[in-house]
Design a protein around this ligand. Structure first.
Ligand code: UGA
Length: 432
């Protein structure tokens, strides 16, 4: 079977490489010639644990090209894995998906199945099929199938190779059979449904997880007020298998390229159909507020941030990625700078990307120690292992005033109690 994948971002490249690992011959297509050259040399253009190793291991089955005609002409299956960024009004920008659909229509000379992996609003697969049909250059049969992905950044390879489920949204049986063959060697349950339901499974899954996070964040905020401990609460809730013990970590809100975008997109779509998705709206609102939680906490210790030396630990939206999309730091650091603070920041992989956005006003440090030196207050935004394993004694040794605001609950309260520091985390008592 000849497989091509359009787009070499998180979704496209990981899909292509993992399909090659399963023995398929895969051609990855991207318009960016530089990226193609890098990948041809066996280098991953994105930071994703294990991806480059897997690429190198499967180089004889992986092909990279910017020539889409060549890649699509005689393909049996074409995956679309390009981005669907958020537009200003919260809806998904489908420009790139439609561009690829047009390129496919102009190129295919064989019957084939076009598989949409990108997260697209419900009904988009139908539109893609109509668009391709209307622009086909040759008399061939093209079926469109929805096959959403469920990978998380940082564990993308593992999530794809050992996916929890394979969802196939098809309108014709043959497309379903072709895709079952593609995934024959994957050990995962296969859910076959129609295209709209498959598209909805993706949104409903992400929005439910976002809801779960916003829910526990609200419970955390209440725990702080009434003197309960959110970690014990989540632990106690998690034993109920109907609730589950995952995604109940309270923090400073969810970021990344998926939850913020997918909650807003589904809410937008519902509104478009005159329906108000109230639970999803609540998840979005809670999250926006939660992102400011540490700044609000800082007011307990300092009236203003003006002139303060602030140490920022972690810039990315979560550990294991250099991605900054919708990271809480993007809201918080500009506020600190606006207030006149001196910001020093550390992140093991996110600094280069952050510098592209904020080249001035921040001192970037290569160690946690340098960042903490003479600081009046420290903000923890990402639970990197380096932060979690950091010797707690050093906070009081290095900082001018050891006040640590932890947005990711990196430390056990018992350990912190042995130290000379003020430690204010999420949904737990403040240690003084
Ligand atoms: C998310 C989903 O987890 C994937 O299943 C999905 O496939 C993916 O979106 C997608 O649609 O492509 P991702 O955005 O990579 O994956 O990252 P997550 O690990 O889900 O984390 C998202 C955000 O939620 C992070 O900012 C994280 O810190 C936050 N989070 C997560 C919490 O605040 N608490 C938790 O308990 C879990």
């Amino acid at each position: 079977m000849k497989i091509s994948v359009a787009g070499t971002g998180y979704v496209g490249l990981v899909t292509g490489v993992c399909l090659a690992e399963h023995g398929h011959s895969v051609t990855c297509v991207d318009i960016d010639e530089n990226k193609i050259a890098i990948m041809k040399a066996g280098i991953s253009p994105i930071y994703e644990p294990g991806l480059e190793e897997l690429m190198v291991r499967n180089m004889e089955r992986l092909f990279f090209t910017s020539n889409y005609q060549e890649a699509y002409r005689d393909a049996d299956v074409i995956f679309i894995g390009v981005g669907t960024p958020e537009k200003a009004d919260g809806s998904a920008n489908l420009k790139y998906v439609y561009e690829v659909a047009e390129q496919i229509a102009a190129s295919v000379e064989n019957d084939c199945v076009v598989v949409v992996k990108s997260t697209v609003p419900i009904g988009t697969n139908d539109k893609i099929e109509s668009l391709i049909q209307s622009k086909l250059k040759h008399n061939v049969k093209v079926s469109v199938a929805s096959n959403p992905e469920f990978l998380s950044q940082g564990t993308a390879v593992k999530d794809t190779l050992h996916t929890s489920r394979i969802v196939l949204g098809v309108e014709d049986e043959q497309a379903g059979e072709v895709l079952k063959e593609v995934y024959a060697s994957f050990k995962a349950p296969i859910v076959v449904t129609n295209r709209k339901s498959a598209e909805m499974i993706k949104y409903a899954s992400n929005d439910f997880l976002a809801l779960k996070i916003s829910f526990i964040n609200e419970i955390a905020n209440l725990c702080e007020i009434i003197g309960a401990n959110v970690e014990d609460v989540a632990h106690g809730m998690g034993f109920d298998s109907r609730i589950g013990n995952k995604f109940l970590n309270a923090g400073i809100g969810y970021g990344g390229s998926c939850f913020p975008k997918d909650t807003k997109a589904l809410h937008w779509l519902a509104n478009f159909h005159d329906y108000e998705l109230r639970t999803v709206k609540a998840a979005i609102d809670v999250n926006e507020n939660q992102k400011l939680k540490l700044i609000k906490k800082s007011r307990k210790y300092y009236e203003s941030l003006k002139g303060l030396n602030i140490a920022v630990l972690g810039l990315t939206f979560k550990p294991g990625t250099d991605d900054l999309r919708e990271a809480p730091t993007l809201v918080n650091i500009p506020l600190m700078i606006e207030d006149g603070a001196n910001v020093k920041a550390w992140d093991p992989v996110g600094v280069e990307n952050f510098k592209k956005l904020y080249s001035e006003g921040i001192t970037y440090c290569s160690s946690i120690e340098d960042t903490l030196k003479d600081a009046d207050i420290c903000f923890i935004f990402t639970e990197w292992d380096e932060v979690k394993d950091f010797d707690l004694k050093k906070y009081s040794q290095l900082m001018k005033t050891p006040i640590v605001l932890d947005g990711r609950n990196c430390y056990d309260l018992e350990d912190v109690q042995k130290q000379k520091l003020v430690y204010d985390s999420i949904g737990r008592e403040t240690v003084k």
